[in-house]
Design a protein around this ligand. Structure first.
Ligand code: NAP
Length: 266
């Protein structure tokens, strides 16, 4: 049997996901393939019908369709319900099940980097889709003090609702002079390698960026001389993929991070 997997989003030109999943298929000894579908929003329904017609096992979902695909799910697992976004569709005999493995990816990024937010002063930069994956982790590993800063402050307020409204909210330019133990960048600033604005806060322990390219991203490079831990988004990317792969195939792959580091940063 051939295991059909894929990805929908727009744009997808720089995605690394086919490399990861085809490697997982190879490692698990499963005959199959992972294909990208860079679609417009009006094509969403047709492509989902196509996935069902051709017996796809599963599909990843990325920007801007993580909310829209929820309309096609017969069921949402607890991870997707928690943050109101789906990054993994599983086609089953009981219909399409929506999951969110970004939460697992974020959790594993911190765990494998030996960073823990419990009892720390934590700043989250950004309040878009990816920042939602941070909240379940923080709910378990509760910081002493938690601030969400975003360019559009209303979106930070919305995000804070997922954290029982217990986060402080501010704009990015109100951070000057503040000190944090751990700062997580979930904005897309710097994603094209452009310089990251220095908002004048200091970091004592770890700078964590969801962006993974280059290895020292624009955000991380601001703190590279500060003798703190620098964590880029590659572990999150790889572990969210491993989470999806596990849902689709039942195979529990332990990603070889050394291999992926070499492949991405060669
Ligand atoms: P999104 O929903 O579009 O949100 C983008 C966020 O960035 C918003 O908070 C936005 O602020 C902020 N932003 C964008 N441009 C900005 C600028 N010039 N100055 C200040 N803030 C700016 O995107 P997303 O899905 O959350 O993704 C965010 C980043 O995480 C992306 O770079 C993505 O590649 C990365 N990501 C990585 C992984 C991984 O596995 N490593 C997974 C998911 C996402 P406003 O609300 O004011 O617009």
């Amino acid at each position: 049997m051939y295991t059909n997997l894929g990805l929908i989003g727009n744009p997808l030109s720089h995605t690394f996901s086919p490399f990861i999943h085809n490697y997982f298929l190879y490692k698990a000894g499963i005959c199959g393939g992972y294909t990208c579908y860079d679609i417009e929003s009006y094509e969403l329904e047709d492509i989902i019908l196509m996935f069902q017609r051709y017996h796809f096992t599963g599909v990843n979902v990325t920007v801007p369709y993580k909310q829209a695909v929820m309309n096609y799910c017969a069921e949402l697992d607890i991870t997707a319900q928690n943050i109101g976004a789906v990054n993994t569709l599983h086609f089953t005999d009981n219909g399409i099940i929506g999951h969110n493995t970004d939460i697992f990816g974020f959790h594993m990024m911190l765990e494998t980097s030996a960073v823990n937010t419990a009892n720390k002063r934590v700043l989250l930069l950004g309040a878009g889709g990816a920042s939602r994956a941070v909240i379940p982790y923080l709910t378990i590993n509760r910081p002493d003090y938690f601030v969400i800063a975003n360019r559009t402050v209303e979106k930070a307020q919305d995000l804070s609702l997922l954290y029982d409204n217990k986060a402080d909210i501010c704009k990015l330019d109100e951070l000057k002079g503040l000190e944090f133990d751990i700062v997580i960048n979930a904005t897309s600033m710097g994603v094209k390698g452009e310089p990251y604005t220095d908002y004048g806060f200091t970091i004592k322990e770890a700078a964590v960026d969801m962006i993974y390219k280059p290895k020292i991203t624009s955000f991380l490079s601001l703190y590279s001389k500060n003798n703190i831990k620098l964590v880029n988004g590659l572990p999150m990317l790889i572990y969210q993929a491993a989470g999806s792969f596990n849902i689709w195939t039942g195979c529990d792959i332990t990603p070889d991070m050394e291999y992926f580091n070499k492949a991405v940063y060669k």
